[in-house]
Design a protein around this ligand. Structure first.
Ligand code: HEC
Length: 257
C-alpha cells in the first residue's frame, strides 16, 4: 500500500458550483499553449448518470456527497445507503461478528449533515500579502505560466441551489483539470477515463497552512514533497508549453491495497 495525501476540504462548494462549460473551456484554451488539460467523466451514483469529475487527485468524484460515502465506508468502516454492506475483510473476525449500530451505520440524515458541514467550510483568508517575498512570488506566477493549470480565478454558477449564498461568486482556487504529468508521477493505476500519469492540478489556495494540520506538510498525490517551494516547479516552468511534463523527482507510487 502506498501513501496518498489528503486534500484540504475548503472551497468544495465553490468548486462544485463552477459550471462544467467553464472548466471545459480551460481545456480548449490550454491546447493553444501545447497543454492537454482534460476532464474525467465518472459515475454519479445519486443521479445515476455519467458526469464531470471534480474532486480527488484524479478528479474521480463528482460531488462532495459522493466523496463522503466511500470515505466513511473505506476509511472508517461505516456502511451507508450507497455502500450498504459491512466493510470487513475475511480475517477481521471481530468486525464480522459486530452488530451494526444503525442500519446503515451512516444514516442518510448524518450523511446530509456531513455534506452540509463540508460544503460550508470557509477558505482561510489571504496572509502576509504585503511581505516582499510573497509579492515576488506572486509576480513570478504568471510569467512562469503556472496559471495555465492552476487557474487563479473561478466563478460559481449564476444560481447554486444547494447554497444560494454561493451563487455568482468569484473565488481564487488555482485549479483546473487533469494533466498528463509524465512517467515520474505515474501511480500505475488508471481511474475511469484517466491514465496512471494524469493528475488534477490541485487548488493552491491556503497551501501554506497545510503544515499546521499535517506536520509533514506533505504535498503532491503521494506526499513526495514537503514544502511548496520543493515541488518540481522548475520543470513545470520550463516545460509548461510542452505536451508532456516530466518531473525529476524520484517515482514513489501511490497505490491503494
Ligand atoms: C501542466 C499543468 C501544471 C502547471 C503548468 C503547473 N502545475 Fe503545479 N501541479 C499540477 C498537477 C497536475 C499537480 C499535482 C501533481 C501530483 O499530485 O502528483 C500539481 C501540483 C502542484 C503543487 C502541490 C499541491 C498539493 O496540494 O500537493 C504545487 C505547490 C504546485 N503544483 C505549484 C505550481 C507552480 C508554482 C507552478 C508554476 C511554476 C505550477 N505548479 C505549474 C499541474 C501543473
Amino acid at each position: 500500500m502506498g501513501r496518498c495525501g489528503a486534500h484540504h476540504l475548503w472551497l468544495r462548494a465553490s468548486v462544485k458550483s463552477v459550471p462544467a462549460e467553464t472548466l471545459l473551456g480551460f481545456a480548449a484554451r490550454q491546447r493553444a499553449h501545447g497543454l492537454n488539460g482534460r476532464p474525467n467523466y465518472v459515475w454519479d451514483a445519486t443521479n445515476q448518470r455519467r458526469t464531470l469529475g471534480r474532486f480527488g487527485w484524479k478528479a474521480n468524484q463528482p460531488s462532495v456527497r459522493q466523496q463522503i460515502a466511500p470515505a466513511t465506508w473505506g476509511d472508517k468502516g461505516l456502511p451507508s445507503s450507497l455502500f450498504p454492506r459491512q466493510n470487513c475483510a475475511d480475517v477481521h473476525t471481530l468486525c464480522r461478528q459486530e452488530v451494526p449500530g444503525n442500519d446503515p451505520e451512516l444514516t442518510d440524515s448524518q450523511w446530509d449533515d456531513l455534506e452540509t458541514w463540508t460544503l460550508g467550510l470557509a477558505a482561510p483568508a489571504r496572509r502576509n500579502w504585503h511581505d516582499a517575498e510573497v509579492q515576488r512570488g506572486a509576480s513570478l506566477f504568471e510569467p512562469a505560466q503556472c496559471g495555465h493549470c492552476h487557474v487563479p480565478t473561478l466563478v460559481t454558477a449564476d444560481v447554486y441551489a444547494r447554497l444560494p449564498q454561493l451563487s455568482r461568486q468569484m473565488f481564487l482556487a488555482y485549479t483546473d483539470l487533469l494533466h498528463e504529468m509524465g512517467e515520474a508521477l505515474s501511480d500505475g493505476r488508471p481511474d475511469f477515463d484517466v491514465g496512471a500519469r494524469d493528475w488534477r492540478a490541485p487548488p493552491l489556495w491556503g497551501l501554506g497552512l497545510s503544515e499546521l494540520v499535517n506536520e509533514r506538510g506533505a504535498l503532491m498525490h503521494d506526499g513526495r514533497t514537503r514544502r511548496a517551494h520543493q515541488v518540481p516547479a522548475g520543470d513545470l516552468m520550463l516545460r509548461a508549453t510542452a505536451p508532456a511534463l516530466r518531473h525529476r523527482q524520484r517515482h514513489r507510487p501511490c497505490r491503494r491495497a
